[in-house]
Design a protein around this ligand. Structure first.
Ligand code: AMP
Length: 478
């Protein structure tokens, strides 16, 4: 996303692509369904058949946007799709991905997950040279750069374009008879390759393959460009640039689904390992271990197994809170917290409870949850977080608020403990967390949100806010 103020330029997304497969768009729809947790604001699919591109996209959940009618409109056996989360203010119809354009290298559609950190300088240069922009997403700059590239071949133009981008991108490009999948040289966001019979499929996470019955083959490597076409099948190329690896640790902590395999590990297993280390770092005498569902489930299980303290369901979650939930006029106390999570009194009453959650961001919801657990009768509440204190915003695609709103950047551990009303507050150490992952070296992760040390320097940080001057467009539902 083009950088607006710090509150606006973060984007969490999921992408899915399928090349030459019967019922491609239906598979794409199912793939997006499995990736819904990566973005709930908008969804889109672009398909290709006989020189034509077909586009369906709108605001809303995958199940809101697509229906049998518009899915049958999406013709072709090759398609890419996108789900997007964007914070308030930047969700206009032009920003919904995949973006489609007729470039000097042919018709192209792009779906992008991540955040480009030099988007504004690229945008400014292109604008000075007369480029017209429809959207305020950084993805549009990618299309311009490909179109303007002096390279003659599409692959050369893509290589040349991706080498100019800084920051995070896991992206899919659909062209006239080819599909490209590429991942930035740092490898911030996941991107995986699979096979469904003889067809290739690509997704942000493997949980999308499980749903459609595809077989996981491997990751798209950091810095890799995979080109799939009829003539040559799958060929692998490189972005002509070398950097360190910087896999986003927050994918393992919170963002990815626990049933996915990313960065060489099963996410659930990694979270359980975090819980085990948490048990070593914070041995506490208590009656039960519970999680904040669903984000704390795996780590709480790990803690319980390592400590021998029984695991209990202390809270249940209502999964059916859509965007349309209307707050009743009269003020009902604690409605916000109770609508989503409700404590189970008979489990908690009179008990010393260890509560595990994956992260503390603003501290707002945690405070409400601790209050609710106490009200349900818990005698002691010990909150343990399966990641370190978040003290800095993410610039690479995770939605964290600006620094001033991050509770750990404003208060000491003791102040936070008091603020949220817990008897104990403990955070997993950075070292403990990174060492719990056996398949990757600790230095191969980006932990910038915990350390403030980012793998690359951030340009134009919080300096521009042209996002606010957007076109308001009525989005007609198909
Ligand atoms: P808070 O107590 O207000 O800091 O909220 C903490 C909760 O927010 C935890 O349960 C996390 O699982 C959840 N969380 C962390 N990061 C995000 C994110 N990027 N988007 C939505 N929820 C998040």
């Amino acid at each position: 996303m083009f950088p607006g103020d710090d509150d606006k330029w973060h984007e969490e997304c999921g992408v899915f692509g399928v090349f030459e497969c019967k019922e491609a768009t239906k598979l794409c729809y199912l793939g997006l369904y499995a990736l819904q947790h990566r973005g709930q604001e908008s969804a889109g699919i672009v398909s290709f058949e006989n020189g034509n591109f077909y586009v369906v996209k709108d605001e809303g959940l995958v199940s809101d946007v697509f229906n049998p009618e518009n899915l049958s409109y999406l013709k072709g056996d090759t398609a890419i799709g996108h789900v997007r989360y964007s914070t308030t203010g930047s969700n206009n119809i032009h920003n919904i991905q995949p973006l489609y354009a007729e470039t000097s290298k042919g018709k192209l559609a792009v779906a992008h997950n991540g955040n480009l950190t030099n988007a504004y300088s690229i945008y400014k240069k292109l604008r000075e040279n007369g480029a017209l922009f429809q959207s305020t997403v950084d993805t549009e700059a990618i299309l311009h750069l490909i179109s303007l590239s002096p390279e003659k071949t599409i692959l050369g133009a893509i290589q040349n374009t991706l080498a100019q981008l800084e920051g995070a991108f896991s992206l899919l490009i659909l062209g006239e008879g080819f599909l490209v999948a590429a991942r930035d040289t740092y490898g911030f966001r996941p991107l995986v390759l699979g096979k469904l019979k003889d067809s290739y499929v690509i997704a942000s996470e493997t949980c999308a393959f499980d749903l459609i019955g595809a077989e996981y083959i491997r990751e798209i490597e950091p810095g890799e460009i995979v080109m799939i076409d009829k003539e040559n099948g799958l060929t692998s190329h490189r972005i002509p640039k070398t950097t360190r690896k910087a896999l986003c640790i927050f994918e393992h902590i919170y963002f990815a689904r626990p049933d996915s395999h990313i960065f060489g590990d099963d996410v659930h297993m990694v979270r359980k390992a975090f819980g085990r280390v948490l048990a070593e770092e914070f041995p506490i005498d208590a009656d039960l271990v519970m999680s904040i569902p669903d984000s704390g489930n795996s780590a709480a299980l790990g803690y319980a197994q390592a400590s021998g303290i029984p695991y209990e369901i202390g809270m249940t979650r209502n999964h059916y809170i859509g965007r349309t939930f209307i707050q009743p006029q009269q003020k009902i106390r604690d409605l916000d917290v109770r609508i989503k999570l409700n404590p189970i009194k008979s489990v908690l009453n009179g008990k010393r409870v260890i509560v595990i959650d994956d992260s503390l961001v603003r501290g707002t919801t945690s405070k409400q949850r601790i209050t609710a657990i106490r009200k349900a009768g818990a005698k002691e509440v010990h909150l343990l977080i399966s990641s370190p204190p978040i003290t800095n915003p993410c610039h690479f695609g995770i939605d964290t608020p600006k620094r001033e709103k991050l509770i750990a950047s404003q208060k000491t551990l003791e102040e936070i403990r008091k603020h949220i009303g817990a008897d104990t507050l403990g955070y997993l150490s950075l070292k403990g967390m990174l060492n719990a992952i056996k398949s990757q070296a600790p230095e191969d992760f980006c932990s910038g949100c915990f350390t403030g040390k980012y793998p690359l320097s951030i340009k134009n940080k919080g300096k521009f806010s042209f996002e606010s001057k957007k076109i308001k467009l009525y989005a007609q539902k198909n």
